[in-house]
Ligand binder design. Sequence first.
Ligand code: PPY
Length: 297
Amino acid sequence: MASDPPPLPSVAYLGPRTSYSHQAAIECFDPTTHTFEPQTTIEDIFIAVESRAVTYGVVPFENSTNGSVVLTLDLFCDRHSLFPNILVCGEVYLDVHHCLLSTASSVADITRLYSHPQAFGQCEIYLNAYLKGVERIDVSSTSKAAQIAAGDPNSAAIASKVAADVPGLRILASDIEDSHDNTTRFFVLSATERAPAGPLGEKHKTLLSFTIDHQLPGALCDGLKVFKEYGLNLTSIVSRPSRVLKWNYIFFVEFEGHSETENARAALKELGAYCPEMRVLGSYMDKQSRKGTRYNE
Ligand SMILES: O=C(O)C(=O)Cc1ccccc1
């Protein structure tokens, strides 16, 4: 008797379908060989990956206009260590063009606006010009906002044109983002043993988080100097407040190179001497210059 084929790898994203996270997930993983699992919050994506209910998760990490998605950063430094196995195993860049979607026929009729907080932050110029003072209601995703606006007369959603496929919605305005090269970078998450990081010869980046003992003058500077000493170019540095120790910070540093190369290993060992806590969150193929390429190809 023939046995059942193994289940397809699954990808969790911030749903419902047509959200930007969904579009990023499709850009990254072939829909004919993966299933896609909508989640309600970014935390639910972390939970699904950590519990291995799904193979991968796709989460927004930063936007070219708005900066860090702090919700995602804070889940990486979760104080209860609920996600000890989560690794970043890939990245994907998505061009983000927002529309105003509504059942109303004119912008003048709109008295309520629904969207994800990230989207509001990326459309300030348009909103201040045409919808100043209109009530803004944060919802879990832009595609959720589109669904709600479809059932709420005199409201509108800020979402992508793909999200306009809800019956009754029409596009009242397009490309309302402040910056026309508005881009969001998403990370692909996996639990430890599933990372599709790609061969070491590829161009990689590595993300790590660490804390520094700031009682010692120059400790952060001394720690960061190791990247210079080992010729590792930094591509990002951000900090978030520690939720364990008031006025202490968790630093997120990204550098060019895979963590398993000889000089990255040596640099991380040296950096570790300055850091009460340090965690390599993952090495992944640099997709900035390879937009449109999928994982598992
Ligand atoms: O709400 C969405 O569609 C998301 O995926 C989060 C988001 C919101 C705005 C820009 C990029 C990602």
